[in-house]
Design a protein around this ligand. Structure first.
Ligand code: SF4
Length: 735
């Protein structure tokens, strides 16, 4: 395997004049960014080995301080091999940002501005408000909304805080917007949810890779080195995406499918594989159940029909299916493109059906996986932030699971509330009679990241109490009643679980500024003020040790993982049942995690998205990420070089459609859906389908893409349909 930047990364460098990945031995070329190895290297001080604050690749990096300025230097960690993308290279700029919050803020009246306050005032204000809400409306009137970037310790403690300190059932988190469909599908099919059930180092051994709705060349550039290594030994890459992204452009086959037609594509590929006798009958018989149901469900997905639904030529479908079916080793990956849909779970299960029929999961250099997006999107969904969940992937609806966790927490099982509401249902109750009256948002920015955003604006305004914990005054914090300033990633220790299920240790490089607390410290102070301080520790190590006990015996078992072991082994893969036992880089070698050890096929039918184009709204609008920004942009929009690279929202439109509408490159236009209007610059490009528009979702204000998105949800995962909305484009100049 190569240990340097990818060829694709270099192509991107040339095309953009800025490095997305760099070889570990070379100084990063960051254009306007001044960080470089030549600056760091003459007499380097001992750095702090840590990980990037952003995405789920959790690239290893070293933080180096010089004259109170912090810089990022490479670190030869097994996953990124020294490579970082431009977000990682510039992450340290935020540590001393003049924009960071350094004191609590309180709004002392509906029309008052947020004003500085002491911690004692802020904690007292929030604690007394929570008490009042509980007395007036009951404990469920207070809700918590967490984040997929929180450490395992914080995610765990937030779930415990909600259930034992607030005694509310209402906690959910922004992973509901991200990984929920992949998680639900994996639980159903394989009996467990770990994004990659194998390490990244297995990828180069795959003869054929199919990626569905994934664009790592832009979203996780260092990840591409594994696919470049796979290609360099003769492997083939197939990418299914409505956009000709840099990832798709580099592929051997680009299946440029109609947005929302993923299940039809998967069923069509399986139809061809079964028809051409490319499926693995022995594997199906020994390791799975339900194939006959799935086979019956795909009977009508002959190539011509699938071409009509997906727009992918029948010949291309057949070539892709045969490539996959004839491969000795193959992997199938899904990501948000297929998952953030009102049929996201079906889409993932349809591709899992294909993988099972080809006999891939659990086999060497083969398998089925989903790319996790947020920094701790994996660990954040394992330890109790989800509405229905207890630590270790235990369920609130299970008596045995409740008894185990209650014993660790020193309470009776009946002291634990039942399952709460998933995010969109929870948000629907904000400020309504019998619903949620107070909300604490921790490490999330739903004003930018939630669908149908203007409706959420109104719901948040109806609350009696909105509290936000953040390092910066995010768009959600700016409308809060109380803002808690919290530490950044380099100012506290903790663990993160990356997209492979590898638990990582994040060191503190320095303490937070005076009057800034960690999220655990805030939880502790609030718990003490509410008279239940005994349930909360503000020591990450103590919390992690408790998490280990609470997760022991669960599906996501961390019992054998310690901070020391993580550092010694450069990460530990869960499940890891004791300190004496090995960890588990690969799942499914002998059995799946279902009760009988067999994976399950599901009968999946293609169903159209909740909203399809019509005369009034003739385009599919899809949304996604750009290289320079991360999630709601609350951090990356404040980094000077990243803001300069992508300063504002834009909409991609095909040249032929732009010509028809009289739209020119760079022109200010409005994108309109049934939910509202957003204004942005037109980016005219032939990489997008004629019938499709694309907007990045990182921007606030009038360019907020989520003003436009549809809040229809998947019936199982409850993920909103971020990827498809019927839309039109209007010229502003022409009015
Ligand atoms: Fe790596 Fe992701 Fe950070 Fe980029 S944003 S450096 S890919 S962890």
């Amino acid at each position: 395997m190569r240990h340097d930047a990818t060829q694709l990364g270099r192509r991107l460098d040339r095309s953009r004049g800025a490095a997305d990945t760099v070889p570990k031995s070379s100084p990063p070329n960051l254009g306007a960014v001044t960080v470089s190895l030549s600056v760091v290297s003459p007499a380097p001080r001992v750095g702090t080995e840590t990980h990037c604050p952003y995405c789920a690749l959790q690239c290893g990096m070293t933080l180096v301080e010089r004259d109170e300025e912090w810089q990022v230097a490479p670190r030869n960690f097994p996953t990124n091999q020294g490579g970082l993308c431009r977000k990682g290279w510039t992450a340290a700029e935020l540590l001393n940002s003049p924009e960071r919050l350094t004191t609590p803020l309180i709004r002392r009246g509906p029309d008052a501005a947020l004003a500085p306050a002491s911690w004692a005032e802020a904690i007292d204000f929030v604690a007394s408000s929570i008490r009042t809400l509980a007395q007036s409306y009951g404990p469920d009137a207070m809700a918590v909304f967490g984040g997929g970037g929180l450490t395992n310790e914080k995610a765990y403690m937030l779930g415990k805080f909600a259930r034992l300190v607030l005694r509310t059932k209402n906690i959910d988190y922004n992973g509901r917007f991200c990984m929920a469909s992949a998680a639900a599908a994996s639980q159903r099919v394989f009996g467990i949810d770990r994004g990659l059930p194998f390490p990244l180092t297995d990828i180069p051994g795959a003869d054929v890779v199919l990626m569905v709705g994934a664009n790592p060349a832009e979203t996780m550039p260092p990840l591409m080195q594994y696919f470049e290594a796979q290609r360099s030994r003769g492997g083939k890459l197939i990418v299914a995406d409505p956009r000709r992204t840099p990832t798709a452009a580099s592929a051997d086959f680009h299946l440029q499918l109609t947005p929302g037609s993923d299940a039809a594509l998967a069923n069509g590929l399986l139809f061809i594989a079964a028809r051409d006798k490319l499926i693995d009958e022995a594997y199906i018989a020994e390791r799975t159940r339900g194939f006959e149901l799935a086979k019956a469900a795909i009977a009508s997905y002959w190539p011509d029909r699938v071409e009509r639904i997906t727009g992918v030529p029948a010949g291309t479908l057949q070539a892709a299916a045969r490539l996959l079916g004839n491969a000795e080793t193959a992997m199938i990956f899904t990501a948000r493109g297929a998952e953030q849909q009102s049929h996201g779970v079906d889409n993932v299960m349809a591709f899992a059906n294909l993988a099972l029929a080809l006999g891939l999961p659990g086999e060497k250099h083969s398998g089925f996986a989903s790319f996790t997006g947020q920094g701790n999107g994996q660990g954040g969904r394992e330890h109790g932030q989800k509405a229905d969940q207890l630590p270790g992937y235990r369920k609130l609806s299970s008596a045995a699971d409740r008894a185990h966790v209650a014993a660790v927490w020193g309470v009776e099982p009946d002291d634990l509330p039942g399952p709460g509401l998933p995010t969109m249902e929870l948000f629907d109750t904000l400020g309504v009679r019998g619903g949620v009256r107070g909300l604490w948002v921790v490490g999330a920015n739903p004003v930018v990241s939630a669908p149908r955003a203007t409706a959420l604006d109104e719901k948040l305004a109806r609350l009696d109490l909105l509290v936000v914990s953040d390092a910066f005054l995010s768009e959600t914090a700016s409308v809060a009643d109380v803002v808690f300033p919290t530490a950044q990633w380099a100012e506290e220790e903790g663990t993160m679980t990356n997209l492979e299920g590898r638990v990582l240790y994040r060191r503190a490089a320095r303490p937070p500024p005076e009057a800034v607390l960690s999220d655990l410290e805030v939880m502790k102070r609030l718990a003490v003020a509410l008279g239940r301080g005994q349930f909360v520790s503000d020591s990450p190590r103590e919390v992690f040790d408790e998490l280990r006990r609470a997760s022991a015996g669960g599906k996501a078992d961390y019992a054998g993982i310690t901070y020391e072991r993580i550092q010694r082994d450069q990460g530990v893969f869960w499940p890891c049942t004791s300190e004496a036992e090995a960890d588990t880089p690969r799942l499914f070698g002998q059995r799946f995690s279902t009760a009988d050890g067999r994976a399950r096929f599901y009968a999946v039918q293609y169903r159209p998205p909740a909203e399809e184009p019509d005369d009034e709204f003739p385009f599919y609008l899809t949304t996604g990420r750009v290289t320079a920004h991360y999630q709601s942009g609350n951090q990356t929009r404040r980094v000077s070089s990243l803001a300069a690279a992508e300063p504002t929202a834009f909409v991609e439109i095909h040249p032929a459609m732009a010509r028809d509408l009289g739209i020119e490159e760079g022109e200010l236009v409005e994108v309109v859906t049934r939910r509202g209007r957003a204004s942005c610059r037109a980016r005219v490009t032939g990489t997008i389908r004629l019938d499709t528009l694309f907007m990045p979702f990182h921007f606030a204000g009038s360019g907020r893409a989520n003003i436009l998105t549809n809040d229809a949800v998947d019936p199982v995962s409850k993920i909103p349909e971020f990827k498809i909305a019927a839309a039109r484009v209007e010229r502003i100049a022409g009015r």
